[in-house]
Design a protein around this ligand. Structure first.
Ligand code: COA
Length: 192
């Protein structure tokens, strides 16, 4: 049977894999991922901060493992996000990186689809994605969502609304996303 990539939550036992994933990213990738400059030798500190946020229940660290080697093809974080003026964690913010060798397989679309369902099941009202305006790859994926993007000072943000009341009832946008992501998932699985 074909190995199928699955999204798993990450914690303490995954420290080494998380570190290896970040160390596999270039300085430019790190800047795009975290929206500020980091040196590769700061990767260990970043992993500790991610694990700490996870322990404190302030973030969910997740990844896609390489079925062949167990390394992380994708590593991401889903964190509650309190928009300006709001009092509750009404949104979830998604950030992710794909290992250079695993790019071009559609994992970002797969992860967005998964994050939408996860955020919806947590009762969040929207999924928010921040990205650098210079990030052509993520801009391509975000552009396909056909949602308004606000760009301020070189940073873009897109909000994907989730209608928690109607969980399970797909809106037209959901249906479009679902089709996009199902195709991406099949493509990612077949290219492993
Ligand atoms: C951004 C990132 C997650 C995308 O990984 P990915 O999903 O494997 O992306 P892909 O390689 O499939 O590229 C996504 C799209 O951009 C397109 N693309 C690739 N290089 C491009 C370029 N230089 N200019 C424009 N579009 C480009 C691809 O064709 C693809 O579109 P398609 O699926 O319609 O063919 C990955 O590049 C990464 O981890 N970068 C560093 C960290 C980061 O930027 N994180 C995102 C911010 S949270």
């Amino acid at each position: 049977m074909e190995p199928v990539p699955t999204i798993v939550t990450l914690g303490e036992p995954d420290r080494a894999a998380m570190l290896a994933h970040l160390q596999g990213l270039s300085a430019q990738d790190l800047a795009l991922r975290f929206l500020q400059a980091y040196r590769p030798d700061q990767a260990g500190g970043l992993v500790e901060r991610m694990l700490e946020r996870g322990r404190a229940g302030r973030a969910l660290n997740f990844g896609v493992r390489d079925p062949a080697h167990g390394g992380l093809l994708v590593m991401g974080m889903l964190a509650p996000y309190v928009p300006a003026g709001a009092t509750a964690d009404s949104a979830a913010e998604l950030s992710l990186s794909v290992a250079p060798a695993a790019r071009g397989r559609g994992y970002t679309r797969v992860v967005i689809a998964w994050a939408l369902e996860r955020a919806r099941s947590e009762g969040r009202q929207r999924l928010t994605l921040y990205f650098s305006e210079a990030n052509e790859r993520i801009r391509k994926v975000v552009g396909d969502l056909r949602l308004p993007v606000v760009v301020t000072a070189g940073r873009g943000v897109v909000h994907i609304d989730l209608d928690a009341k109607d969980a399970g009832a797909a809106s037209p946008a959901d249906e479009q996303l679902r089709q996009l992501f199902e195709a991406a998932w099949e493509s990612a699985a077949s290219r492993l």
